[in-house]
Design a protein around this ligand. Structure first.
Ligand code: PMP
Length: 355
């Protein structure tokens, strides 16, 4: 069976080399005669994996010793709760959130359980089709939370606001895809299952000095400080997702790092948006050009009578995972780091042939 052009939003395409090496490690890890899946997480070989998986993130992000890197379980969704547990003051806690989509709203919901949440900007009224920009965040807040890329709607924050408090960002769907000054953030988190690896682990990058200031008694498993003290091994870590994430990040580092990935991602985005703008049968959900996501291109037909013809054509071309999120409908071409431009060209050719 020939390989599909996989536009899935996540879990999603990863470099072929990562699939190969992960499969080898499952059968025989480092020539040890043991599978990666049957060794202790405290073994020398796995501790080395965790150490390098943490170190490579700081190299790629150009961050110094003031930051710590964790690989946790529970998905990005658990971070919706861990962030307020660790950063919102126990008394009169108050945080500012930007509401740019379903996942941002999920974070807001959890924040409200621990204190006051002010939504300082929201595009909900226009079905999240752009990124709000006119808002200010003052020092009365414990932190500001935003979502860099809105996986469902295909919008992305190009710039991050200067805020007078801690800057926290959910980068689940665009981490490592573009050059950013990561040192402007106090806390970054991302579910691995898009640009980093398989589902099952979540990357958390934290500026150490922000912790321990809430006066809260934090449940152990939710306490970043404890995970840091135990070097991301407080309990059994998700060993396979961490290993496969390390392989993906090594692949990124060996192929020019984030800067080179950005060039490839921009070329892919230019190709597909160029076709959507040219082709009268298609339009994007995102209404402002400057807010278009380079990772998830959410689009729809302008003429629904073309649906069957288009659906048949992309399936015949070996394309998979193009349906939009169930809440939005339409289509979504997710073009994460591992997606080759050749696959995007296949989709664009199918779009071109619609008439
Ligand atoms: N944030 C964003 C931006 C996402 O795209 C997703 C999942 N697609 C989540 C959070 C939730 O991630 P998880 O399923 O790992 O909890």
């Amino acid at each position: 069976m020939s390989k599909k052009h996989n536009f899935s939003a996540g879990p999603c395409i990863l470099p072929e080399e990562v699939f190969q090496k992960s499969a080898e490690a499952i059968l025989d890890f480092n020539g040890s005669g043991l599978s990666l899946l049957e060794i202790s997480h405290r073994s020398k070989d796995f501790v080395a994996v965790m150490d390098e998986a943490r170190a490579i993130v700081k190299r790629l992000m150009k961050l110094g010793d003031d930051y710590e890197v964790l690989y946790l379980g529970g998905g990005a969704s658990l971070q919706f709760a861990m962030v307020p547990f660790n950063l919102m003051k126990s008394e009169n806690g108050k945080a500012a959130y930007l509401d740019t989509g379903t996942w941002a709203a999920g974070a807001i919901k959890e924040g409200k359980k621990l204190g006051t949440v002010d939504v300082v900007g929201s595009s909900k009224a226009e079905n999240y089709s752009s990124i709000p920009k006119d808002y200010k965040v003052g020092s009365e807040y414990d932190y500001f939370h935003c979502t860099s890329n809105n996986t469902i709607y295909g919008t992305q924050m190009r710039e991050f606001p200067k805020v007078d408090t801690l800057l926290v960002c959910d980068m689940s769907s665009d981490i490592f895809s573009r050059v950013i000054d990561f040192s402007q953030f106090d806390l970054i988190y991302a579910g691995a299952q898009k640009n980093m690896g398989p589902a099952g682990t979540t990357l958390v990058v934290i500026k150490k000095e922000i912790l321990g200031k809430t006066g809260r008694d934090i449940p152990s498993m939710l306490d970043y400080s404890l995970h840091i003290a135990k070097e991301s091994m407080y309990n059994t870590p998700p060993v396979f997702p961490v290993y496969a994430s390390l392989l993906t990040l090594q692949h990124l580092e060996n192929n020019g790092g984030i800067a080179a990935a950005e060039v490839r991602n921009e070329a892919k985005a230019k190709l597909i948006y160029g076709e959507i703008d040219r082709n009268p049968f298609f339009e994007t959900f995102c209404v402002k050009e400057e807010d278009r996501s380079l990772m998830n291109v959410s689009f729809k037909l302008t003429d629904e009578s073309k649906k069957e013809e288009f659906d048949n054509a992309w399936k015949e071309a070996g394309i998979s995972g193009l349906n939009g999120h169930r809440s939005l409908g339409g289509y979504r071409a997710s073009m994460y780091n591992a997606m080759p431009i050749e696959s995007v060209q296949v989709l664009v050719d199918v779009m071109k042939n619609l008439n």
